[in-house]
Ligand binder design. Structure first.
Ligand code: C5P
Length: 227
């Protein structure tokens, strides 16, 4: 069977990672969550005082980029890889609302993007990969055999993210989550470097009215045409 590259882009909380994990498992492919990489750099920036409430020290962070080592390590109990920052498992802290509030500002920095895109391209050089993010089909793998662009209404997405955060025991309101989703979408689609746009050859999947199983089956049909 032919090995392909599957690029999944789309707005925040559209279920990209859930779908990507299902596909990787079914196909025996590697799954890479590029949002986790931007979140880990943001967490590093917060820990080192480069970003916080109402301040951003871009130059300071850029000068420290070489000191940031990101790795994915597969966790067999969970069935997917977890994000490590300089040897520390940061899966939990990178998913907090505080990191979500700062991440889009960090993802606007071209030097940060260049570093992460280089690492992402190296991870995908042998294909057999499912990668999700905002610029995968446009910048990271413009030649991917299958590109998906995921969408759902902002309210549906905020409700899903809110349920996830509550389940993890985080103290947030639906309104805060909705505002965060809308703010990130705005910054992600308006930034100068690699804004979130649908690649011309991407297939749009709106899952507002689809359950996970229906979505998975639809996408598996698209994949079967390519492999
Ligand atoms: O996918 P997730 O919502 O975890 O991504 C967090 C943030 O990282 C996004 O809102 C976006 O600002 C940034 N990002 C990006 N490019 C990617 C993946 C994520 O700019 N490929």
């Amino acid at each position: 069977m032919k090995k392909i590259t599957i690029a999944i882009d789309g707005f925040s909380s559209t279920g990209k990672s859930t779908l990507a994990k299902q596909l990787a498992k079914e196909l025996g492919y590697v799954y890479v969550d590029t949002g986790a990489m931007y979140r880990a750099v943001t967490y590093f920036a917060m820990q080192n005082g480069f970003v916080g409430e109402n301040h951003l020290n871009k130059e300071g962070l850029i000068n420290e980029l070489l000191a940031i080592k990101l790795e994915f390590r597969f966790n067999p109990d969970l069935g997917f890889a977890e994000m490590y920052l300089n040897g520390e498992n940061v899966e939990q802290p990178i998913r907090t609302i505080e990191v979500s509030r700062n991440v889009s500002q960090i993802a606007e920095i071209s030097e940060v993007r260049a570093k992460l895109v280089e690492q992402q391209q190296a991870m995908g050089k042998n294909k057999a990969i499912v990668m999700d993010g905002r610029d995968i089909g446009t910048v990271v793998f413009p030649d991917a055999e299958l590109k998906l662009f995921m969408n759902a209404s902002a309210e549906t997405r905020a409700q899903r993210r809110f349920d996830e955060l509550v389940e993890k025991g985080q103290n947030v309101t639906y309104q805060e989550v909705l505002e965060n989703v809308q703010q990130r979408d705005y910054i992600d689609t308006h930034r100068e470097d690699s804004p979130l746009v649908k690649a011309d050859d991407a297939i749009e999947v709106d899952n507002s009215a689809m359950n996970k199983k229906e979505q998975f089956e639809l996408v598996m049909k698209l994949i079967e045409e390519k492999i």
